[in-house]
Design a protein around this ligand. Structure first.
Ligand SMILES: Cc1cc2nc3c(=O)[nH]c(=O)nc-3n(C[C@H](O)[C@H](O)[C@H](O)COP(=O)(O)OP(=O)(O)OC[C@H]3O[C@@H](n4cnc5c(N)ncnc54)[C@H](O)[C@@H]3O)c2cc1C
Length: 570
């Protein structure tokens, strides 16, 4: 039978304290308003809600799925009750500004809760990710009237939000978008077109749904510079906040998917629906980009959540399954799998929290310069967090099946569901290939390479600290880490060099992102082990340095010598 999920509160608090890179204790600096006891209470309470309320829906959601019946999207049993309880408990608004009913808590706290909802149930957890995306977009770009009318109900969770970017011909390439927006004389717009793959595009969990839609105005420039962002509510909203008539937007179909069956993935048809401009005309992509860091981080956290879930199941199974007269957890090859699962999960969590910390610095740093530096750090880390953590989700879920042997392939254990659910996170919110390209083409060149160099310098300082750790274990780890950081530095300079061709950079992007993640992960795991000193943490850091991060050698070769053969001569 599938094991239940136990919120990993201890590992989460350890990761926040020792792996996220935070410079000063809670109650000071950017976390002046966050005290350790509040943080611990939030982690505990979120863990309890996830374990008791959201976990029981996971298998039901997978088996029943969302259904489209006579134009209505029907959610699986229990979904509405738990969604209502979750929203009423205030979980939706924890990061949103207090002006519209949120709690204004830091990104780091929101990151933890996002991980927990998704560990409990990815099909449930993706909905808050989308709602938060809509909140971010409105908070940052909408005018005061729209904010006042729409944000309070979005923040409270009484209404949900969606992101409508993708069209059949426009996936990774949004410049190919065709949805149209027509100006009306009264300041509103009429939106027409078809969007595909829209998560939670329709449902009856809430009385209204706010669609954020990318569309092109008549006569707008070609390509990405002619795209605008609109708010299109399912039901129009009167000036007093009450619901008016149904807007001209419908769900025309639901996709049948590999995983996250309970998350309705909708084809949406906009037939002259009333829309309201968010931000300036033709600046829609810029509006989307400002909220992309936290949406991409959230998808990375889905990867961490599902990895944790699969890890717990694999550990439990391996301790109970007897083969060769002993529990399989005693066989070295199974131990290798379990340690790989455990250390990758911890590294992915660390990288995601590191990114959340940078986002907090960008929002709350003391000086404009500090905020700017933190923003560039968040920009740099976001594609790494998204891609590495989601790949980790898939890899760990796959290893969990392997640990189970044949039983992993049988649906009853639930191992297969984690694997199926995990797979989407490497695809949506910008495929992982697109993340790697973003890292190399846009993030490395920030401030003429000084942001990435400063981060590498920070990693060097961690290695120096580990080298002074005073034990043979740390001596050995430090040697390996010094090599990794050197490889990261060499490959970074190689990619930044002016003579690099476009092809060399694009072909090397994916191995470079992985090299970066393994180097960062190995450094922070070791620094955390040094800080806490427990033998288990030291052991895990050694394992990662000796068995996982050693891949940097091959990755370095792929980046700097492999691009010539990355082409298909047929
Ligand atoms: C379950 C699900 C939920 C989704 N939810 C939403 C949602 O809520 N809102 C929304 O707007 N969209 C959503 N999407 C769409 C999702 O974001 C896209 O599927 C994704 O961005 C990839 O686009 P695509 O499917 O057209 O693939 P393509 O863009 O056709 O990509 C196919 C492959 O080619 C690669 N590729 C493409 N272009 C390049 C390039 N320039 N360089 C290198 N490699 C390239 C990609 O990395 C990928 O491996 C969802 C999709 C699914 C399946």
């Amino acid at each position: 039978m599938p094991v239940t999920f136990s919120a990993p509160s201890k590992d989460i608090l350890f990761a926040i304290k020792h792996l996220s890179g935070i410079a000063r204790p809670f109650g000071e600096g950017i976390y002046a308003d966050l005290h350790q006891d509040v943080l611990e209470a939030v982690v505990d309470e979120a863990g309890i809600f996830a374990e008791h309320e959201i976990v029981p829906l996971n298998i039901i959601g997978d088996r029943q799925g969302a259904r489209l019946e006579q134009g209505r999207v029907i959610m699986p049993e229990g979904w509405k009750r738990v969604y209502d309880a979750w929203a009423q408990a205030g979980w939706n608004g924890i990061k949103a500004g207090e002006a519209h009913g949120g709690q204004g808590l830091p990104h780091l706290v929101w990151a933890v809760t996002t991980e927990l909802w998704n560990a409990a149930n990815m099909a449930f957890g993706i909905n808050p990710v989308l709602i938060q995306g809509a909140i971010d977009a409105l908070e940052q770009h909408a005018d005061e009237r729209l904010k006042g009318l729409y944000l309070p109900k979005l923040v409270s969770g009484e209404w949900t939000g969606t992101m409508n970017l993708t069209e059949a011909q426009a996936g990774s390439d949004l410049s190919a978008l065709r949805a149209q927006a027509e100006r009306q004389g009264d300041g509103t717009y009429r939106i027409s077109g078809e969007k595909i793959f829209i998560t939670y595009g329709d449902h009856e969990l809430t009385a209204n749904i706010l669609h954020l839609v990318l569309a092109r105005l008549n006569g707008a420039p070609e390509g990405t510079r002619g795209i605008s962002l609109f708010l299109v509510p399912k039901f129009l909203v009167n000036e007093d906040g009450s619901l008016g008539e149904r807007n001209k937007v419908v769900c025309a179909g639901l996709e049948h998917k590999l995983g996250i069956h309970a998350s309705p993935t909708c084809s949406m048809v906009f037939a002259g629906a009333v829309g309201y401009l968010i931000g300036d005309e033709n600046r829609g992509l810029n509006c989307m980009f400002t909220m992309m860091n936290s949406a991409r981080l959230a998808v990375g956290l889905q990867g961490v959540g599902i990895a944790e879930r699969a890890l717990q199941q694999g550990m439990d199974y391996a301790q109970h399954r007897i083969q060769g007269g002993v529990a399989i957890s005693l066989h070295p090859d199974v131990q290798r799998m379990l340690l790989t699962m455990q250390s990758l999960t911890m590294a992915a969590r660390a990288i995601c929290y590191h990114t959340a910390y940078a986002l907090d610095g960008a929002a709350k740093g003391e000086t404009p310069h500090q905020r700017q530096q933190a923003q560039e750090m968040a920009n740099l880390l976001t594609p790494i967090a998204k891609a590495f953590a989601t790949d980790t989700g898939s890899d760990v879920a796959s290893l969990n099946i392997q640990v189970h042997g044949g039983m992993g392939y049988i649906e009853e254990t639930g191992a297969a569901q984690h694997y199926r659910d995990a797979r989407i996170a490497s695809i949506y919110e910008g495929t992982n290939g697109i993340q790697a390209i973003d890292l190399v083409m846009r993030k490395l060149p920030q401030s003429q390479g000084e942001t990435v160099r400063a981060h590498i310098q920070y990693l060097r300082s961690l290695v120096a600290r580990i080298a002074a750790g005073g034990s043979s274990a740390f001596d050995q780890i430090a040697l390996r880490l010094a090599y990794n950081v050197q490889k990261l530095s060499e490959t970074t300079e190689w990619l930044l060099a002016p003579e690099r061709t476009q092809h060399e950079k694009l072909a090397g992007a994916t191995p470079y992102l992985r090299l970066y993640a393994l180097t960062l992960g190995s450094c922070v795991l070791a620094a955390g082990a040094l800080a806490e000193g427990s033998s288990q943490r030291v052991h895990l850091a050694c394992f990662f340095a000796d068995n996982i991060a050693t891949a940097t050698t091959g990755l370095g070769l792929s980046i700097m010598e492999g691009s010539a053969s990355v082409h298909m001569p047929f």
